[in-house]
Write a protein that binds this ligand. Structure first.
Ligand SMILES: CC(C)(COP(=O)(O)OP(=O)(O)OC[C@H]1O[C@@H](n2cnc3c(N)ncnc32)[C@H](O)[C@@H]1OP(=O)(O)O)[C@@H](O)C(=O)NCCC(=O)NCCS
Length: 212
């Protein structure tokens, strides 16, 4: 399909956007299955491509109550193709993903940039829409690596000043990942943000864009 072939042409992507993942060789998954060192060392993390979207959607359905139509996944992959990543095992199966977008306030009719509450121009920022790792592959550092690659691409490709996300107040694993492992801070609590009435923590991490 034409759409796919044009999107999968990513030869110009900088090398940091694709990465072999150094794993802990003796990691045991929660189900008790032991991943062999060969399996772990051949897992890789790379940019998500359109062919991955069905597997990403399947992983999302398995791992999270927040699910989206295929239109949503395609829109993100087409619009911001440099900031979403997948983790795949040695057989090429998708075992984790991060899907992100860029939010940039548009200029008004007179060409003025919108301003923040403090009167400064509104900043470009990245937003993580969804991240998950299949149960058998958790606590191997995959989510942290997916997040770091996405954050780096947001800062270098789009000059995003910060990255934001929402997380359920009860999601201890994800909060430990964001706050403990990655340094996110809680910006505010959004009451009853989720469909079932649970509050969201709105979290944020400043990015180093390399700008003076
Ligand atoms: C949250 C999630 C993505 C983490 O994925 P992961 O690949 O297991 O995370 P990592 O291995 O990269 O973890 C990095 C660090 O985060 C913290 N962390 C991750 N999972 C944790 C858990 N269950 N308990 C406590 N800390 C945890 C730890 O500090 C960990 O480092 P360590 O293993 O050296 O202690 C995964 O549990 C998941 O897919 N959950 C279901 C979907 C979900 O909740 N997504 C987030 C929506 S906001």
């Amino acid at each position: 399909m034409r759409l796919w072939s044009s999107l999968s042409d990513r030869d110009a992507v900088p090398s940091f956007l694709s990465s072999r993942h150094p794993q802990k060789p003796s990691a045991r998954c929660p189900a008790g299955q032991l991943h062999t060192p060969a399996e772990l060392f051949t897992m890789s993390i790379r940019l998500a491509k359109p062919d991955d979207l069905l597997a990403i959607q399947a992983a999302n359905l398995q791992n999270l109550p927040e699910n989206y139509s295929m239109k949503f996944w395609i829109y993100h992959a087409m619009t911001w193709p440099q900031i979403s990543f997948v983790a795949e095992d040695q057989k090429g199966r998708i075992v984790g993903y991060v899907l992100a977008k860029i939010e940039e306030a548009e200029e008004d009719e007179s060409g003025n940039k919108p301003q923040n509450d403090n009167g400064k121009p509104a900043e470009i920022h990245g937003h993580v829409n969804s991240i998950s790792v299949l149960r058998a592959y958790r606590r191997l550092g995959l989510a942290k690596k997916l997040m770091l690659l996405s954050q780096e691409a947001m800062a270098t490709v789009y000059k995003a000043n910060y990255v934001s996300l929402h997380v359920r107040r009860s999601n201890k694993a994800a909060i430990a990942l964001y706050q403990g492992a990655l340094g996110f801070k809680v910006a505010k609590v959004e009451a009853k943000y989720y469909g079932d009435g649970e509050d969201a923590l709105s979290m944020r991490l400043d990015l180093d864009t390399g700008k003076p």
